[in-house]
Design a protein around this ligand. Sequence first.
Ligand code: PLP
Length: 424
Amino acid sequence: MKKRAFIGKERAEELAKKYPTPFHLYDEKGIRDNAKKVVEAFSWNEGYREFFAVKATPNPFILKLFKDYGCGCDCSSLAELKLAEAAGYSGEEIMFSSNETPAEEYAYASKLGAVINFDDITHIEYFEKNVGALPKTISCRFNPGGYFSIANSIMDNPGESKYGMTKEQIFEAFGILKEKGVEKFGIHAFLASNTVTDEYYPELAGQLFKLAVELKEKTGAHIAFINLSGGVGIPYKPDQKENDIIKIGEGVKKRFEEILVPAGMGNVRIYTEMGRFMMGPYGALLTRAIHKKHIYREYIGVDACASNLMRPAMYGAYHHITVLGKEDAPCDSVYDVVGSLCENNDKFAIERNLPQIDTGDLLYIHDTGAHGHAMGYNYNGRLRSAEVLLREDGSDMLIRRAETLKDYFATLDCFDEFKGLFED
Ligand SMILES: *Cc1c(COP(=O)(O)O)cnc(C)c1O
């Protein structure tokens, strides 16, 4: 399927006058239409809630949009808890799914009344010692080990992942927690990332539902919710098929009716914690070609770099590129599209077929709405870009300004010579 930009050249050039490139642009209409569909897909389940994974796009304006669809927030650190709080989320609208958690973060989550998801059995004692009495509702994260596979194809390797409790541990944990007065339980698992298939959630749900029935029978725990976490993917590549969230919801419903309903557990709530699926396709990084270089390969140098979008450098991830104004031009040139970092992995595209690019062209790097700006860093003294929201009515709104040198040097305020040098 041909990947289309959600903005044309003319409007993008207008925006680039107001917000110097590079910047991330988010499409409010796309975000809202998708969120509506997600809620519809699970509307069969009373109490369903999507807890948007804050780490994907930690911007309070974005978090607020999801409020309109009854979403909550999934947080994993103090900063993310504060963001969720600032965006107006409280109590059980906040899921705290962290690991290697410092005591003060548990304390803050507890103060907000967030649902705490223990990553390990030892955290029960750690929490009691360092924070105090356990909340009445507790979730535990499960890791089945081995490989996670669907129809004989291996999707991921939980046996090598640091998260969650073994099966024996989760039984023991529920027993201990129950004895200590916990009344409502949840089960959480995240077994595969960026799955581009409609079978991931249903397969995971099947496994967790069976575990839930066993946990209820053996420990007597009241299982209030099952959290399928994140992992629903998006088609970064043009040849990939988009997930159908309605079908995914139906697949989970089928397992729910087969496994939980006959066990008398038809009132269990289904939770999800999607990040990528909620935001990925509805963000783009806009950057301008500023150099062309011809050596052993053809290079296009752009004004963005891996500090604006780390996924290609970090995972070799593919992000599609549209040259604005040349959407239908033949892709008869082969380029490496590169940023300025002194790291040869700072490449947004490697030997990619693209239309002929001229300096000054605006490039639209697709699918940066999740884990894009969020993973930004400051290597080489590069600054993180602005985030702009393209509103439903076509207007635009700056939802995070670009960093300045003053921000960059703020932590050197102990060095007197910097004082006054970076006033703007
Ligand atoms: C990263 C993460 C998510 C979101 O994952 P996506 O792949 O973006 O959907 C959800 N829950 C937890 C605990 C995570 O760490």
